[in-house]
Design a protein around this ligand. Structure first.
Ligand SMILES: *Cc1c(COP(=O)(O)O)cnc(C)c1O
Length: 219
């Protein structure tokens, strides 16, 4: 048990509304620190590398829901299907098709979020807002992929108005898609946005999941 992890988790829990899921992002942290997060009561863990996630999945003890939040290559999809609770970072049509194929092979439904890059930053992956109809056209042809909502990474800026604008846009897009599209594999419940520097804004703008790394491990 690491006291600083417990303390940080407790203060985050006190701050985050009960209906918002706290995902502890444990990338960059070893097994001892990762286990401390679970022991502090957080069962949703996020990793951004397939290899790291698979290793920790074997070693970390607890009833953990694993979230994949990193850039996903198509040749690694097979390692995640049937193992992770949610893939947050689906950023291309080809990736959707690969997840469909691998999920069908294993006979499991894979829950995913569509990642959007609303500010069109070169450093980030994700669909552009104007692509959403094309994406949803493909989604409606799939049987083994279930789309649970949207995800974004806030823009790289300290300007909170700019950050808020992007989160507002993602929420609007989320509401638009949720209203327009109905299908057995479209089940919008989840809006994943907000990290250490911007989660309070994300929650104000409607996030249902926040992904927090650094603030859990501050000493
Ligand atoms: C690293 C990471 C986080 C956590 O970021 P912090 O700033 O450490 O809270 C959240 N989401 C994604 C996609 C990340 O890569």
């Amino acid at each position: 048990m690491l006291a600083y992890v417990q303390k940080n988790v407790d203060s985050l829990r006190a701050e985050i509304p009960e209906d918002v899921t706290l995902i502890a992002v444990t990338k960059y942290h070893d097994d001892t620190e990762t286990q401390a997060v679970v022991d502090a009561g957080v069962l949703d863990l996020g990793e951004n590398k397939v290899q790291d996630l698979m290793g920790k999945m074997e070693r970390i003890k607890g009833d953990i829901r694993w979230h994949f939040i990193g850039h996903l290559q198509r040749n690694k999809v097979k390692y995640l299907v049937g193992k992770v609770f949610l893939i947050h970072s689906v950023h291309s049509l080809e990736l959707l098709k690969t997840i469909e194929k691998e999920s069908q092979k294993k006979g499991v439904i894979t829950d995913v979020l569509l990642q959007f890059n609303l500010a069109k930053e070169d450093s980030k992956s994700g669909f552009y807002a104007e692509d959403y109809a094309e994406v949803m056209d493909l989604v409606q042809t799939l049987s083994w992929v279930r789309v649970k909502g949207l995800m974004c990474i806030g823009p790289m800026t300290k300007n909170s108005d700019k950050i808020r604008k992007i989160f507002k846009q993602l929420k609007e897009l989320y509401d638009t898609i949720k209203t327009k599209y109905h299908g057995r594999n479209i089940e919008f419940t989840t809006l994943s946005m907000g990290m250490t520097d911007d989660y309070p804004i994300a929650i104000e703008e409607g996030a249902t999941m926040v992904r927090i790394g650094r603030k859990i491990f501050y000493q």
